[in-house]
Design a protein. Structure first.
Length: 450
């Protein structure tokens, strides 16, 4: 039996007869000759049927059918070369009729074009199909590169990867934005963050990171929020100051963006975008300074809010681009009341924390900072936020028995991908997005079915 060849391998097999298996992308019939595109994990390749027998076999083809073809690899005539696709210089001429392995039903929309012009609800309603499109699938090759580069960057700095539990006895951040679950005869929650476990493991491995699913029961019907997110978390000990954490975050995002630029140039070109410019160093401004800058640039009164609004985040990014030649900016020193109980207060600026957000292309990408490592101070801060100390005993053990100065940060991978590619909605950067309106199917539709 002939071995299968991937489409991406045929450029080195001109003149050879090959067997290829994949999905039909488009079919174009011209009477005595027919063309179709076949897709596999190696790419998309044009196939030609030029004999009566092979042309007849293409008549039964439907888009997205799975087929097996046998043919000869040929170089395209110069006038037919397509410079816009990787395999545009070669094609397959069928030597045998097409064999249909699995016939696809009629498409609910056009899958043959280079762009998939669908409204977001339709794009997600048919997610199993839309993900196959040559414009959509590459988004998740970029996400893979982002996650892989995050891992490689931190492993190069001697971090150890771990997997955090998703069912927890108490939330790390407090508040009501959590999912309560019935755990046998007990109450438990779905994790908002692997924060407690990151900090515990600093006492074991000193430097740790995790790639985790985290869940937040917060209003998520916006273009920038999801209920379920793939977060990239890091935590490390023996820091000299909170700025060590910011520098590690800058190193990590720089490595991530370099990897995407090096490995996903075709996708960047497809989306007509470029990697964000990264200042060296990334500019840093305190929240209050950022609010003053925004007021000066917009003519609006200085905001006394404890956080930046979405419009403020866009404006401070414009400032960083205009004044510092950086598409990223660190905003630091958020109020103690705005940050989780374990965040370290700045002794030189009481009421404000040694914490930061990384804002990129108008949206928060990362949150981080120095943590409280003193057991008594941590307990006092936890009590002040209504944290149940009994349910936090495992977490507090790590500090009762010695914890070095430490800190960490957490990226939202979907937001990074969204803003690298210039996507309009973060759901486009999630394979199977969850929000208030959808768990695969729209919740309104599920309700009607009951």
């Amino acid at each position: 039996m002939q071995n299968r060849v991937l489409t991406g391998e045929v450029v080195n097999k001109v003149g050879e007869t090959v067997l290829i298996c994949g999905w039909i992308e488009r079919v174009r019939s011209h009477g005595k000759i027919a063309f179709f595109d076949i897709r596999d994990r190696g790419g998309v390749l044009q196939v030609v049927a030029a004999t009566p027998e092979t042309v007849v076999s293409t008549e039964a083809l439907s888009v997205q059918s799975v087929v097996k073809i046998t043919g000869t690899v040929k170089e395209r005539a110069e006038r037919y070369v397509n410079p816009n696709i990787p395999l545009g210089k070669v094609e397959i001429e069928l030597t045998q009729p097409v064999e249909i392995i699995s016939k696809a039903e009629e498409m609910p929309f056009d899958m043959g074009g280079t762009e998939l012009n669908l409204q977001l609800p339709t794009l997600l309603d048919f997610r199993a199909l839309s993900l196959r499109h040559q414009q959509i699938a590459p988004i998740f090759k970029v996400q893979e590169t982002v996650i892989d580069a995050f891992r490689k960057a931190l492993k190069a700095r001697d971090f150890t990867e771990f997997q955090a539990p998703v069912i927890i006895p108490q939330t790390a951040e407090g508040g009501s934005e959590v999912f309560e679950v019935k755990y046998f005869e007990h109450k438990a929650y779905l994790a908002q963050s692997p924060q407690f476990y990151k900090q515990i493991l600093v006492g074991v491995f000193e430097r740790v990171f995790a790639v985790n699913k985290t869940l937040r029961a917060e209003p998520s019907v916006t273009t920038r929020h999801l209920t379920e997110v793939t977060t990239l978390d890091a935590e490390f000990g023996f820091i000299n100051s909170w700025e060590d954490v910011m520098e590690m975050a800058q190193y990590t995002i720089t490595e991530i963006l370099k990897a995407v630029e090096d490995q996903q140039k075709d996708v960047l070109d497809l989306y007509k975008t470029t990697i964000p410019k990264v200042g060296n160093p990334i500019p840093r401004v305190k929240l209050r300074e950022a609010q003053e800058i925004i007021a000066q640039r917009t003519g609006k009164p200085i905001s006394n809010e404890p956080d930046l609004s979405p419009e403020d985040e866009k404006e401070i990014c414009k400032w960083a681009t205009d004044e510092k030649n950086s598409d990223l900016v660190f905003v630091t020193h958020y109020p103690v009341s705005k940050r989780p109980f374990y965040t370290f207060e700045d002794p030189e600026d009481p009421g404000y924390t040694l914490s930061f957000d990384l804002i990129g292309r108008g949206t928060e990408w990362l949150t981080g900072g120095q943590r409280i490592n003193d057991y008594e101070k941590l307990v006092t801060a936890a009590k002040g936020r209504g944290i149940d100390l009994e349910k936090s005993e495992l977490y507090l053990q790590a500090f009762r028995y010695g914890m070095p100065p430490e800190g960490g940060f957490s990226f939202g991978s979907e937001r990074i991908v969204m803003h690298i590619l210039g996507l309009a909605n973060v759901r486009e950067a999630s394979l199977f997005p969850r929000d208030m309106e959808r768990i695969d199917e729209r919740l309104s539709i599920l309700a009607q079915k009951k």
